[in-house]
Design a protein around this ligand. Structure first.
Ligand SMILES: N[C@@H](CCC(=O)N[C@@H](CS)C(=O)NCC(=O)O)C(=O)O
Length: 239
């Protein structure tokens, strides 16, 4: 059994998707990030970073002590190696898939997170402060990454080639977080890929199981439309 230290948030959904796709036995361990519970390593099986997701695997491949893993990219790789699924076994294919996984974790994720912050939260936290420079800059940088992904998906069925894998699982939650349909016209290949993934029963199960937990921190395909598409052309010019 694997514990998934969980809140309904984008990075954490990556791992819920992997658990379902890999048919792993897992249990959610709810962490209330609004109360700061993530900052207590005692609540996260000793994980030191104060961030979710974290997993604890009680049946690791070597049969030894439970293994704790933090960082979504490291967790996805760990689970793919554990199951032998969703990551090519050959060195060349593995390297190709991992570079897209690293791209998501190091680029798409942080820029999208900052864009979201300056769009949705900064006006509430600092209403008298002009956030427009930061907001435009992060949306412009995020849009650059969407263009990269759209080009990659023009030439490939999935993010890392012709096989669905952990790079797709890493990207999907961040794409649906921002993708009101009207804005997707500029990214037809992302839309095609998004629809392909959205039809996967395991992926849908990951979201359904999370929603059923009723954590009060709702986030799913329909609840949030945060991407200000109408401003994207202007935003792109800022960088
Ligand atoms: N690089 C980390 C990012 C993790 C992250 O930022 N998690 C958010 C939830 S999506 C979190 O734990 N936020 C709580 C906080 O920052 O206090 C990963 O990919 O796992």
């Amino acid at each position: 059994m694997i514990e998934l230290f969980f809140c309904t948030s984008v990075n954490v959904y990556k791992i819920a998707i992997a658990m379902e796709e890999m048919e792993l036995e897992y249990e959610h361990r709810l962490i209330d990030i609004s109360k700061g519970e993530q900052h207590d390593p005692g609540r996260l099986a000793g994980s030191p970073t104060g961030k979710l997701p974290v997993i604890r695997d009680f049946s690791p491949a070597d049969g030894g002590e439970p293994v704790v893993v933090f960082e979504s990219g490291a967790i996805l790789t760990y689970l793919a190696d554990k199951t032998g699924r969703f990551l090519p076994q050959d060195a060349r294919g593995r390297q190709y898939a991992l570079q897209w996984l690293f791209w998501q974790v190091a680029n798409l994720r942080p820029l999208s997170g900052q864009a979201w912050h300056f769009h949705a939260f900064a006006p509430l936290i600092a209403p008298d402060f002009d956030n427009s420079y930061a907001r435009n800059r992060y949306f412009a940088m995020m849009a650059d990454h969407w263009r990269v992904l759209d080009r990659q998906l023009a030439a490939n069925t999935y993010v890392a080639g012709e096989s669905y894998g952990i790079a797709d699982m890493a990207c999907y939650p961040w794409i649906i977080y921002f993708d009101p349909d009207e804005g997707m016209a500029a990214f037809p290949n992302i839309r095609r890929w998004r629809d392909l993934l959205a039809a996967r029963p395991a992926l849908r199960r990951a979201y359904e199981r999370a929603r059923a937990l009723k954590t009060g921190y709702a986030m799913n395909e329909k609840d949030m439309t945060l991407f200000p598409w109408e401003g994207i052309e202007r935003n792109m010019i800022v960088t």
